[in-house]
Ligand binder design. Structure first.
Ligand SMILES: Cc1cc2nc3c(=O)[nH]c(=O)nc-3n(C[C@H](O)[C@H](O)[C@H](O)COP(=O)(O)OP(=O)(O)OC[C@H]3O[C@@H](n4cnc5c(N)ncnc54)[C@H](O)[C@@H]3O)c2cc1C
Length: 405
């Protein structure tokens, strides 16, 4: 499966820039492939602690939990995951709403909630089992040069590498994407997402709640040990005001929006805020370059799907690399990379379009529209088979979870 080395520097089969959740997932998926993989991460992940937990959390849908199981990551994660067996969505204006239960689609859960720090640690633990994968951290790329036969990569440490394929998994502000001169389509929501750990009065019973306020969605996500993580999207002004409040005043504001859910919120930990943007790279592949995760696309966190898209990018690219090796194709060749791009684009574009539509739908404040929206939600709640299809699609349970090596 080795490709011929005609360049200067030490040959490695694959260089991944960015050792976040998505970059590490690609390395983990390929760890039994026999390829020599180098992951370059510029800084160790720093959790932002809130009531003893990293307040950056990810909802991982069941289809991707299956992927984590197939790749061998789950064993390091299962004790740290909160389970999501049902989800309740309701509108800020209308009574009612929709409830989704995992049992409706024959599953035991819709997904899990996990601290980003825990997922990164579990992926790193998985990689420790492999001699083929080098995780260099802290390390940076100082220069990258795309040549016809491969890519030459110089590292801060002075090490020189060459590789048939370099992958950008270095997040929404991807340095590698900029080096390749790839521009992005971007949409600034002029919102921030406030995140924190909170304690509800009663058990959350593994239920995720999302309320669509006209200022943006507010999610209460069930973590382990009966605490919740909140993601509260609000205009920059409102978010700054909320961040500036004392814990007591913040709790008052939060309880006004949350109402009687779980008996109200009684405690809040340290808060942090993230600017909300949607972004799509104009090209996600170039000869000997592939972008994955937020480097390729980032979306509004209102449905908690960003890293889920990235994990699926990683699996599809891993399969294409393995298949290219089997059929003696170069995995940095455009034919191979185009197959990756073509498989991922429908999922990415559909998800981005749905997030945009949801965001717009819940922002409109015309009374007639609010009424129509309420009726639509009720109709969906009662539309058995359509609801099931929607649930199966959004939990990704029909997606192939095994890599064929
Ligand atoms: C408030 C909020 C809530 C969210 N909730 C969810 C959720 O519930 N579910 C979900 O699926 N998604 C969620 N997301 C989205 C999710 O966090 C991102 O999609 C995910 O972090 C993307 O992972 P990534 O590995 O592609 O990029 P990142 O997490 O950005 O990781 C990139 C990595 O690359 C490293 N790096 C950067 N530049 C370089 C360089 N030049 N050299 C070397 N290394 C470099 C960084 O240090 C980092 O480790 C949320 C996002 C926000 C803002």
């Amino acid at each position: 499966m080795k490709q011929q080395n005609v360049l200067q520097g030490e040959y490695v089969d694959l260089v991944i820039v960015g050792g976040g959740m998505v970059g590490l997932m690609l390395a983990a998926a390929l760890r039994h492939s026999g390829l020599h993989i180098v992951v370059i991460e510029r800084a160790a992940y720093q959790p932002m602690m809130s009531m003893g937990l990293d307040c950056r959390v990810s909802a991982i849908v069941q289809g991707n939990v299956n992927i984590l199981k197939s790749v061998g990551v789950w064993q390091y994660l299962q004790d740290k995951a909160g389970l999501m067996t049902s989800m309740r969505i309701w509108d800020g204006q209308e009574q009612g709403g929709i409830r989704f239960e995992a049992a409706e689609i024959g599953e035991d859960k819709l997904g899990i909630l996990v601290e980003n720090a825990a997922l990164i640690q579990a992926l790193q633990d998985t990689l420790k089992e492999s001699e083929n994968v080098e995780l260099l951290c802290p390390e940076s790329v100082t220069s990258v040069a795309w040549k016809r036969q491969g890519v030459e990569v110089s590292l801060e440490s002075g090490r020189e590498l060459n590789t048939p394929l370099i992958v950008g998994a270095d997040g929404a502000r991807s340095w590698l994407r900029q080096q390749a001169d790839i521009d992005v389509f971007s949409r600034d929501y002029k919102q921030k997402g406030i995140v924190a750990t909170v304690k509800p009065r009663f058990s959350h019973q593994n239920t995720a709640c999302q309320r669509f306020l006209h200022t943006g969605p507010l999610a209460l996500l069930p973590m382990k040990d009966d605490v919740c993580s909140i993601v509260w999207s609000a205009s920059n002004e409102r978010a700054n005001d909320l961040l500036g409040l004392s814990d007591e005043d913040f709790l008052d504001e939060l309880n006004l929006e949350v109402g009687a859910v779980f008996g109200g919120i009684v405690e809040v930990g340290k808060r942090a805020a993230f600017p909300l943007k949607a972004q799509l790279a104009r090209h996600i592949v170039r000869p000997r370059l592939a972008l994955i995760g937020d480097a390729a696309h980032s979306i509004h966190p209102l449905a908690g799907l960003g890293v889920n898209l990235g994990l699926r990018d990683a699996m599809v690219l891993a399969q294409e690399i393995v298949d290219a090796g089997k059929f003696e194709e170069g995995w940095g060749d455009m034919d191979v990379l185009t197959r990756y791009m073509k498989q991922r684009m429908p999922d990415v574009l559909m998800t981005m379009a749905s997030m945009e539509a949801l965001h717009r739908t819940f922002q409109v404040q015309l009374p007639a529209w609010i009424k129509l929206r309420g009726l639509g939600m009720k109709a969906l709640g009662n539309a058995g088979i359509i609801k099931q299809m929607l649930m199966k699609n959004s939990t990704g349970i029909q997606i192939e979870s095994n890599l064929q090596i």
